[in-house]
Design a protein around this ligand. Structure first.
Ligand code: ADP
Ligand code: TRP
Length: 327
């Protein structure tokens, strides 16, 4: 089985990225799978317009992934922008994509509602993502539940391309989503996302993490009273607890007797404990950026060998001649 997935280097790696996507990446690298994971820097261009910052963020995301346990010897870890066939395929896919399909995208509508600029890049984001997904003949794409609609759009675009060109040129893969995790809530209760300023960043300074957790909005329910359901505090604590502990948290939450501050301290402790080894490894890696750069280069060579083959097949069928000569 071959899997492919990407994460945007648009901000620090957070708990939602880890539980929704990265944990699956780690599970799949030990299963009998060929895995391709990339830093989606072309996608990050829709929100980051500062070259130095984007370059640093890409390297930082690579360090985060390796510190969390991704092994660049076993998987191909690379920058999306090192594969010139990605934007080439995205253009071809754009020519078969109905604008209405993109206008119905949840992520697009959410971002507009939050005041992000409605650039053509934001609208066509799922087309670029379809190119990432279709370029490697992958069987499956491990992602968080928030990306399921993008996966459906990618499958639909792939099917349209095959139909228009009259051959099975690209293979639409399926989404792999961990149902127990679904969508990790942010500190404000909406989806945790780098775009929404509501994240728990895995590699933030410990004091900063504790400060953010203590700042989660709670109401004035007294310590001894049952707490109202629907708080991100309980949801986050459950996600970081063993099943038995989670059960106990749910019980005391509904029974009363434990104050919000105590839950917040527990959440902070769990988070720091769970990622302490990765945080130490991350500090060591940040002293060796040249090692990460060489892993990314090797990863790109491996991914590109597949990309060339698929793009060669598709571009020939489209009648646009040879694959890109650059790169
Ligand atoms: P962000 O939304 O913070 O910009 P990305 O879009 O780069 O994060 O997402 C990278 C991966 O992390 C995707 O597979 C996505 O589904 C997953 N992910 C992001 N946020 C969450 C969340 N809150 N819950 C579950 N998975 C998430
Ligand atoms: N759009 C994804 C996100 O925001 C990141 C991404 C880009 C991706 N290309 C991809 C994920 C291809 C899976 C497959 O989370």
């Amino acid at each position: 089985m071959r899997v492919v997935s990407g994460i945007q280097p648009s901000g620090p790696t957070h708990l939602g990225n880890y539980l929704g996507a990265i944990e699956q990446f780690l599970d799949l690298q030990t299963a009998a799978a060929e895995a391709l994971y990339f830093i989606a820097d072309l996608h990050a261009l829709t929100t980051v317009h500062d070259g130095q910052r984007l370059h640093a963020a890409s390297l930082s995301l690579a360090a985060d992934l390796v510190a969390l346990g991704l092994d660049p010897e076993r998987v191909a870890l690379f920058r999306q922008s090192d594969i010139p066939e990605v934007p080439a395929l995205a253009w071809l896919l754009a020519t078969v994509t109905p604008v209405g399909l993109l206008e119905r995208g949840h992520a697009y509508k959410d971002k507009l509602a939050r005041g992000l600029s409605g650039s053509a890049g934001l609208l066509t984001y799922p087309v670029l993502m379809a190119a990432d997904i279709l370029l490697y003949d992958a069987d499956a794409v491990p992602v968080g539940a928030d990306q399921q609609q993008h996966l459906e759009i990618a499958r639909e675009i792939g099917t349209k391309l095959n139909r228009k060109l009259g051959a099975l040129l690209v293979k639409p893969p399926r989404a792999l989503v961990k149902p127990a995790v679904a969508i990790v809530p942010g500190l404000d209760g909406t989806k945790m996302s780098k775009s929404y300023g509501n994240t728990l960043d895995l590699f933030a300074d410990e004091a900063e993490l504790r400060r953010r957790i203590m700042g989660i909005q709670t109401d004035s329910t007294p310590v001894e009273a049952p707490k109202p359901l629907g708080s991100p505090l309980l949801a986050l604590l459950e996600l970081l607890s063993s099943p038995e502990e989670a059960e106990e948290h749910r019980r005391s939450w509904s029974a009363g007797g434990v104050g919000y501050a105590a839950y917040k301290h527990r959440l902070a402790d769990r988070l720091v404990e769970r990622f302490s080894a990765a945080r130490a490894q991350r500090r060591r890696l940040s002293e060796r950026p040249e090692l990460l750069e060489s892993s990314l280069r090797r990863g790109a060579e491996r991914a590109r060998a597949i990309a060339r083959e698929v793009w060669g097949r598709v571009s020939t069928a489209a009648g646009i001649g040879s694959p890109p000569a650059f790169g």
